[in-house]
Design a protein around this ligand. Structure first.
Ligand code: ATP
Length: 235
């Protein structure tokens, strides 16, 4: 479904991604783990068109999407939930969700997707008229995910959805990620919570200072000494 091949991405003179390649098959949850500053967010931003690779290709469903505008990439079926949520704090929950669907013309489909989002996140329905900035951290994460789903993506990019959330909420968010995936959406998940990420993923990549250093089935990574020491607290 998505093939990233040999991309180099720079911020000015700083090279953030070095020859990164990655593949996602339809229906999978693929996770990307790595320390702060490894380049995980940079990779998501490159796939969603917020950054342009200097070298390499990004191919989605057979089409090269390198250098395309972010809006075009959303239309093609990729939605990005950025780190830190970035919801519109002064707008209501409902308005935030409507914005997620602003590129769509199928009114009936949008209405159905409101129902789908409320099925996944009943809390959002309860707070539909509330100003988004007054939601709790967990609810804001739900809203950011709900907003991305309103674009009806086939590939959803999630950047650290569990960040800053209490353990019980982390579990809820992961359960919902699996539910979204079961509904047919392919997911690329960036996480610092490697234990949880590996437990839901079909395939995992480890990034270190801009390079993919390990990739494989989560079971293989779970039993790798290198991964255990660096990302699983030695367990
Ligand atoms: P984190 O979990 O902290 O977000 P990450 O793995 O997502 O880490 P990136 O945010 O992709 O890492 O950053 C990769 C590298 O690029 C880091 O060295 C970072 O300092 C650098 N970087 C990120 N954003 C910028 C920017 N806007 N300008 C300059 N350098 C940047």
């Amino acid at each position: 479904m998505l093939k990233v091949e040999g991309i180099n991405v720079y911020y000015g003179h700083i090279q953030a991604l070095k020859e990164v390649s990655l593949e996602i098959k339809q229906g999978e949850i693929v996770t990307l783990i790595g320390a702060n500053g490894a380049g995980k967010s940079t990779l998501l931003k490159t796939i969603s068109g917020l950054l342009k690779p200097k070298k390499g290709t990004v191919v989605f469903e057979g089409k090269n999407i390198n250098g395309k505008a972010a809006q075009t990439i959303v239309k093609q079926g990729i939605s990005h939930v950025p780190e830190g949520r970035r919801i519109f704090a002064n707008m209501s929950v409902e308005e935030n969700l409507e914005l997620g669907a602003y590129l769509r013309k199928d009114k009936k489909g949008v209405k159905d997707d409101f129902d789908m989002v409320f099925d996944l996140f009943p809390r959002l329905q309860e707070r539909i008229k509330q100003q988004a900035g007054t939601l709790s951290g967990g609810e804001q994460q739900m809203l950011a995910m709900g907003r991305a789903l309103m674009a009806r993506p086939r590939l959803l990019l999630l950047d650290e959805p569990s960040m800053g959330l209490a353990p019980l909420l982390v579990k809820t968010i992961f359960r919902i990620i699996e539910e979204i995936n079961k509904g047919g959406t392919t997911i690329l998940l960036v996480e610092q919570n490697a234990h949880m990420a590996l437990s839901v993923a079909n395939m995992a990549y480890v990034l270190e200072t801009g390079r993919v250093v390990i990739s494989g089935h989560p079971d293989e990574l779970h039993s790798s000494e290198q991964v255990k020491m660096a990302y699983l607290g030695g367990h």
